[in-house]
Structure formats: C-alpha cells, structure tokens
Design a protein around this ligand. Structure first.
Ligand code: HEC
Length: 195
C-alpha cells in the first residue's frame, strides 16, 4: 500500500505530533486557570521557607530522598490512616500546600513512608539520630531465626554534617504544617505536637 505523503514528510509528521501534544498541554495547563480564577490562589497563608529550610530542600534534592519518599497523601483511606498521627487521619494533600515550593518532591516511588505530613511527627533530635544510624531506632524485637530485626530500613546518611542535618530537619518539620490538622480528642487543635 502506498504511504500517504504526510507520513513520509518528517516536517509535517513533527508538526502533527506537536499539534496533538499541544491539545493536551493547552487543555490541562492553560485553560483551567483561565476558567477558574481561584486555581493558583491559596485560601490559607502558606509558610514562606527560611534560608535554612531552603538549604534543607537542596539537601533533600541532592541526596535523592525523592527516590524513596513521596510527598502527597492520596485520596485513599489507606494513605490517610497510614500517614496520620496518633489515630488522627492525615488529610488528603491539596494543591495550595505546594504554592511556595520551587522544587517539587511529590514523587512516585513509595519505598519509604510518605513525608507530606511528617512535620512535627518527631522531635528534631529523633531525625538527627535517624539520619546518623537508622538501624538503631525504635524497638528491636527478636525474629524467628533468633536474629534481631532492626527498626528502620532506611539507608543511613551519617556523612551529612550536623549543620546539614539541622537544615534538612528544619525543612522536614515544615511538611504538612500549613494545614492545622491534628486535633485532640475533644476537638482542640494540637499544632505544636512533639517538640
Ligand atoms: C533507599 C530508600 C530511601 C532513601 C533514599 C531515603 N529513605 Fe527515608 N525511609 C526509607 C524507608 C524504607 C523508611 C521506613 C523505615 C522503617 O520504618 O523501617 C524511611 C523512613 C524515613 C523517615 C521516617 C518517616 C516516618 O513517618 O516514620 C523519614 C523522616 C525519612 N525516611 C526521611 C528521609 C530523607 C530526608 C531522606 C533523604 C536524605 C531519605 N529519607 C532517604 C527509605 C529511604
């Protein structure tokens, strides 16, 4: 069968592919904010990162934390229960929470737990100990074949300096804190959790 000229002409083929791609791009990125003016507006004040927290973000990026950790609570009961705090379920992530992020670490690979709500879950000293030696965290319990099961499977980051860990932890402690979501049993807000 004779091929139509369109397929033989590389320029026309490229233009065709570009046009098809543009339809998707225009429909998903350009049209929505024109139709809905609240699209990129945050209904709440969003935390502005300090210099130390921004440096922590860079350390997070440089050390590939995003390869194992996501930062998005999906609209799934499992996520909300798994990443909650003391039986308070974690709220689903909202777009406005990310408006001040210049690097986005939403991630796709969930080797480790999601970190979108980790801010305030642990004291900063916990994070320091965890980065230095994750194997030494939490309770150790004996397994069937008489070997101890170490608490955290995460690789260690002992090579980070104390200053780097301080910045990285400062950044981690901001995650999920734009939203005042931890409520006590009588409904009171517990925004200053573990520290
Ligand atoms: C190779 C994969 C991997 C990488 C890379 C990694 N982690 Fe982890 N991380 C894990 C796993 C797995 C756990 C859960 C350990 C467990 O509970 O046994 C974890 C746990 C954590 C926790 C505790 C979360 C919670 O809710 O208990 C924090 C915080 C954390 N990681 C931060 C980081 C940061 C920051 C980096 C980058 C410096 C990083 N991780 C890099 C795999 C990874």
């Amino acid at each position: 069968m004779k091929k139509p000229a369109f397929e033989k002409n590389l320029f026309l083929l490229g233009m065709g592919a570009f046009l098809v791609f543009s339809v998707g791009a225009i429909l998903t990125t350009i049209i929505p904010p024109l139709v809905d003016h609240t699209f990129y507006q945050s209904p709440y004040p969003v935390h502005t990162y300090t210099a130390s927290e921004l440096n922590g973000m860079k350390i997070y990026q440089a050390n590939g934390c995003v390869y194992c950790h996501t930062q998005q609570i999906r609209n799934l009961k499992e996520d909300q229960v798994r990443f909650g705090w003391r039986l308070v379920e974690a709220p689903v992530s909202q777009s406005w929470e990310y408006v001040n992020d210049r690097w986005h670490f939403l991630g796709t690979k969930r080797t480790g737990p999601d970190l979108a709500r980790v801010g305030g879950k642990y004291a900063s000293s916990w994070h320091w100990a965890h980065f230095k030696d994750p194997r030494n965290m939490g309770e150790k319990y004996q397994t069937q074949n008489n070997r101890f099961q170490e608490a955290s499977l995460m690789p260690n980051f002992y090579f980070l300096s104390d200053g780097q860990i301080k910045d990285l932890t400062a950044y981690l402690q901001t995650l999920g804190r734009n939203m005042n979501w931890r409520k006590g049993q009588s409904g009171e807000y517990l925004n200053d959790y573990e520290n």
